[in-house]
Design a protein around this ligand. Structure first.
Ligand code: ATP
Ligand code: MG
Length: 688
């Protein structure tokens, strides 16, 4: 049985998979089988080393990757592996915090704050508490700053004393915003994405009992895409690794593309220092791509000066056709050209789902989408406007969050007047005044005020009676839904979108905007959410099959809501509305979202100066080059790089662009006298 795990592998892969229990670091280039080794190693640990699934923790970069990992292990093993933890850093932390909420200083039903609501909350603080101009202090910028602080383990108190110590004059508004944000989150029982990890780190640092318990539980920890871990995540791993724990990390410093968010490929060196002794293994052979594609990748990445390990990609799959480098007169023509290429491929028997169009920035997709849409070529945009980022979904979730956690003012404010119930800013101000005066949450204030509906005649507090009338419908609605929260999850969600009026509200909106070229699917999306609840409920029991004394039970509703908050925005790359993305459609996504994936055909659009490398990354050209490298190395059979000579910029002015310096680096890397160049240049600038 065990041989069937390592039989299909090459020598180095076998060595990594069957290594004695120890700390292992695999550094290897794209497509050399790192993820495959990680999956096989887990199967090996379970089957040969006889570990229990619950003793293994696998950490990946996206929820999708985590799910796939579990499926692949089950495929190798031939049976399910209930109890195995295959998580992202965020979903792992969420699970730990649910189990140890009290020890971590949280109420058990805390809510995960998604990025959209986080910005709303910061905006509220800036406007109402600090009275500052949100044009000058942009909530998104402050949210990023707070994440940065947290990812460096710095809470408000630490930042404040740091600023004092180095005699640095920190912007008082920013400091105040952080302080107030921290307080509000604690009061409303909200946990943002960086907070999830920071809380667990602090919990493990401060609570020896919990730390030892988890260190004892996880005998083997395995981390994929290690080059993109940040300092806080490294700290978390360090705290989880106890005297009996081994850790294996796989990664590729040439594919480190999250430096802008604090990721540090230097963690690979740090891994060797802090987890010594470490067995280091290199994988050499690329199994993914044709050699022409690899030649281009090699030439490009050689321009990076600070590489931890020099690696050349070599495969055994033959040269394949030349990589196409195509130039177009403008961005419209580029989109048109891409559509034509796809059509020709399709006519030659390539399926749509085998084709991916990758781009640097989300906004590049719209021209391509329009073009494909107009010509009836099916496509899906992955990681773009994500299902769980949609307004209608966020609103439905906000209702559910209020029902779970009544301290969550942020969610309450989001939906108190959606659909309209005539609860305008004036009513909210009055309500906030009550909350503030009594030091209670907005929902508690609603409850207090609601009492005046009944004591109408006996009181002279006419203002409160008036207010009570305005909010009574909303209060009764939530109270009524609260009573249903332990019903079957799907039924509950169905009732929620009906009774709140959301479904009808969006149905009407969809109808009104039918002809405006918008995707009027908002009602359908809400129904899809109900459907997702059904699917989640089915897998819920399995997910918690290993729940034991040390783990607290949470309700399916709470589990469902926090789970989707995570896959919605926290994991930057989670794709599509459900697991089943359209099989017969071309894939459109950013290069960041394509990490770890592979496709038969890859078209990289906008290989232009000011796009890739991005204008904003003057200092970070190496990271941009790695991004181009990631894009190129996604292709198995065919690679096309396109660029336009003109394109509208942010300000809607037509700008001259042209080939990316990376294209020039590639072209100058080969002697053009060479008989068989790995690329061919095609000038499409006169395309009609
Ligand atoms: P990336 O750096 O892009 O994440 P990776 O190193 O994780 O790549 P994998 O995705 O594990 O690489 O593997 C790339 C492809 O090569 C996959 O299709 C995988 O199934 C295949 N592959 C890996 N090892 C072997 C092997 N020994 N024999 C056949 N195919 C293999
Ligand atoms: Mg991989």
């Amino acid at each position: 049985m065990s041989t069937s795990i390592i039989d299909p592998l090459n020598k180095e892969q076998k060595e990594a998979v069957s290594a004695p229990l120890s700390n292992i670091l695999v550094i290897a280039g794209a497509g050399t089988g790192k993820t495959r080794v990680l999956v096989s190693r887990i199967a090996w640990l379970l089957q040969v080393e006889m570990l229990l699934p619950r003793e293994v923790l696998a950490v990946t970069f996206t929820n999708k990757a985590a799910r796939e990992m579990r499926e692949r292990i089950e495929l190798i093993m031939g049976h399910s592996v209930d109890g195995l933890w295959a998580n992202t850093f965020h979903s792992f932390s969420l699970r730990i915090l649910r189990n140890y909420a009290k020890q971590a200083g949280l109420l058990p039903d805390f809510t995960v704050l998604d990025t959209d609501n986080q910005k709303k909350l910061i905006k509220r603080i800036l406007k109402e508490e600090l009275n500052v101009d949100i044009k000058k202090y942009e909530p998104g910028m402050i949210a990023d700053l707070i994440s940065d602080f947290k990812e460096n383990g710095l809470r408000f108190a630490a930042v404040a004393s740091l600023a004092e110590n180095i005699n640095q004059k920190a912007d008082p508004v920013l400091l105040k915003a952080y302080e107030s944000y921290e307080k509000t989150c604690q009061r409303e029982n909200l946990v943002d994405f960086s907070e999830l990890i920071l809380r667990v780190v602090e919990l493990l640092q401060n609570n020896v009992g919990v730390r030892e318990l988890l260190q004892h539980r996880f005998k083997q920890i395995l981390v994929d895409e290690f080059q993109d871990t940040n300092a806080l995540q490294f700290k978390l791993l360090k705290l989880l690794v106890g005297p009996d724990t081994d850790i294996m990390a796989v990664g590729d410093d040439d594919q480190s593309i999250y430096g802008w968010r604090g990721a540090d490929s230097g963690n690979m060196q740090k891994f060797c220092d802090e987890f010594a002794p470490v067995t280091k293994i290199k994988l050499i052979e690329n199994y993914r791509s044709r050699q022409n594609i690899l030649d281009l990748a090699n030439v490009l990445i050689a321009h990076n000066s600070e590489r931890l390990v020099l690696k050349e990609l070599h495969g055994n799959r033959g040269r394949g056709g030349p990589v196409e480098i195509r130039s177009f007169a403008n961005a419209h023509a580029e989109a048109e050209g891409i559509r034509r290429i796809i059509r020709i491929l399709k006519n030659n028997g390539v399926q749509y789902k085998e084709i991916a169009v990758l781009y640097r920035n989300n906004r590049q997709s719209s021209l391509i989408e329009t073009e494909l849409g107009n010509y009836g070529i099916p496509y899906v945009v992955l990681g773009g406007m994500r299902f769980y980022d949609r307004e209608e979904i966020l609103n439905a979730l906000a209702y559910a969050k209020v029902i779970i956690n009544q301290n969550d003012d942020t969610s309450l404010l989001r939906i108190i007047n959606v659909p309209s119930r005539k609860i305008g800013p004036a009513v909210i101000r009055e309500l906030s005044a009550v909350a503030k005066e009594r030091g209670i949450s907005l929902y508690a204030a609603l409850k207090e005020v609601y009492k005046y509906v009944e004591i109408d005649k006996k009181t002279d507090n006419k203002a409160l009676v008036k207010l009570a009338k305005k909010i009574s419908e909303f209060y009764s609605l939530i109270e009524n839904l609260k009573k249903q929260k332990d019903n079957d999850l799907q039924d509950f969600m169905k009732n929620l979108i009906e009774q709140t009026g959301l479904r009808e509200y969006y149905q009407l909106k969809d109808e009104k905007e039918q002809n405006k070229f918008k995707d009027n699917m908002r009602e359908e999306n809400l129904l899809e959410l109900v459907n997702n609840a059904h699917i989640f409920n089915k897998s819920y029991e399995r997910m918690f099959a290993d729940v034991n004394e040390e783990e607290a039970q949470i309700s399916p509703l709470t589990a469902f809501i926090s789970n989707i908050t995570l896959i919605g925005s926290g994991e930057m790359d989670e794709k599509g509305s459900t697991d089943e993305i359209d099989e017969g459609a071309v894939r459109l996504m950013t290069i960041h979202s394509a990490k770890g994936l592979e496709f038969n055909v890859v078209i990289v659009a906008g290989m232009e100066k000011n796009i890739l490398p991005s204008v904003r990354s003057e200092k970070n050209k190496d990271e941009e080059r790695r991004l181009a490298y990631v894009a190129i190395t996604r292709a198995k059979e065919k690679l096309v790089l396109t660029y336009a000579m003109k394109r509208y910029n942010f300000a809607q002015e037509l700008e001259t662009t042209g080939a990316s310096p990376f294209i020039e680096e590639i072209i100058s890397g080969f002697d053009d006298e060479l008989k068989a160049l790995p690329y061919k240049y095609v000038n499409n600038q006169n395309m009609l």
